[in-house]
Design a protein around this ligand. Structure first.
Ligand SMILES: [Fe+2]
Ligand SMILES: [Fe+2]
Length: 264
């Protein structure tokens, strides 16, 4: 069973990249499931209902979120109803939306789980305990479980990979917008990568317009960041799961950019 997981989609450039790349990737990889992180899809901050619809219409089956989940006010109007979207499961109890969901296909199901790290990010419930709690619950239903761990520290993401090794199909990191080349199948069978990367402006800084970011670093004064324009790059991973065990067989990095460079 093949999953295509797409890194944080950033702004209109990211959505344009998705529209351009997804039809080609569908032909090339023929994934059963396509899951994307959408926390930056609306001008770099959060997601709207129109953009959610646009992403699903392109063929994405599930959307994961992160620390930018609440940046667009209108999310409160639809997140409870949208069963194909998950926000970090370790947000405080009573938070709108859901932390995991089961995507239903014609002849298969995939559980997607979203968790957020606590290192250099706001203090939340323990993502490690929450992960085990959810895994125990969803494993009663399906052996195919994908975890998007949205975290800043590479160490925290690697720790989550080891924590869940053999317990879930895959742990993929998001949030830092830079693809890491440490993709592997861990010893007990979980597919892992520290960070999938991003889909959006290539020549900014993590998707933001670079002069403002540089100014912030140089002056330490308040600066308003805006999403960059221009050419895109597209980062994803393709994961193959053993249909009998639900564990990872292969994980492959996908990295493309607007000038047609395709690295695999
Ligand atoms: Fe992000
Ligand atoms: Fe994030």
């Amino acid at each position: 069973m093949r999953i295509l997981f797409i890194g944080d989609i950033v702004g209109s450039v990211g959505r344009k990249a998705l529209k351009t790349c997804l039809p080609k990737l569908k032909v090339k990889y023929n994934p059963k499931w396509i899951v994307a992180n959408g926390e930056n899809a609306a001008a770099g901050r959060g997601i709207t209902s129109a953009i959610t619809k646009e992403i699903f219409e392109l063929g994405v089956h599930g959307i994961t979120m992160g620390n930018h989940t609440w940046d667009q006010k209108e999310i409160f109007d639809f997140i409870d109803k949208e069963e194909r979207m998950v926000r970090p499961a370790n947000f405080p109890q009573g938070t709108p939306g859901r932390g995991f969901t089961i995507l239903k296909g014609k002849d298969s199901e995939l559980a997607i789980v979203n968790l957020q790290g606590r290192t250099f990010l706001p203090p939340l419930d323990c993502p490690f305990d929450k992960a085990l709690e959810i895994v125990e619950q969803v494993k009663k239903r399906t052996k195919f479980v994908l975890v998007d761990f949205h975290a800043e520290a590479t160490s925290e993401k690697i720790a989550m990979g080891w924590h869940l090794d053999g317990k879930v199909s895959a742990v993929v990191g998001t949030h830092t917008h830079v693809q890491t080349n440490d993709e592997r199948i861990l010893p007990q069978g979980t597919a892992f990568v520290t960070d999938v990367g991003m889909v959006g402006p290539r020549d900014g800084i993590l998707g933001m317009e670079r002069t403002a970011v540089l100014q912030k670093f140089k002056t330490q004064l308040p600066v308003r960041f805006v999403v960059d324009e221009g050419k895109w790059h597209f980062h994803a991973v393709c994961i193959d799961l053993d249909p009998s065990t639900g564990l990872g067989q292969r994980i492959q990095l996908i990295r493309m950019d607007e000038d047609g460079v395709l690295l695999e």
